[in-house]
Design a protein around this ligand. Structure first.
Ligand SMILES: [Zn+2]
Length: 82
């Protein structure tokens, strides 16, 4: 997970992305498994706000965990201006 902190700074300004979701790596190392199953914000397991104070960048050496985006819900029609 290269330059995660820079990505999170960009996402804070995003109109569409609300949060990131971390999926544990294939080796199931305790550090990334703990991040993937923690619910610090009440948004679900592994979901972190872009202004997270939790260190989700490179949980351990050779980690294969990855991030996906949690999109903001739309108030009006879906996909109007995507
Ligand atoms: Zn890992």
């Amino acid at each position: 997970m290269l330059i995660v902190n820079q990505l999170l700074r960009m996402l804070k300004k995003s109109k569409y992305v609300e949060a990131v979701h971390i999926t544990e790596g294939i080796h199931h190392s305790p550090k990334c498994v703990a991040l993937a199953h923690a619910d610090h914000y009440g948004l679900g397991e592994g979901v972190y706000l872009p202004d997270t104070s939790y260190p989700i960048d490179r949980p351990h050496p050779r980690c294969t965990s990855y991030l996906t985006y949690v999109m903001k819900p739309r108030k009006d029609g879906l996909f109007d201006d995507y």
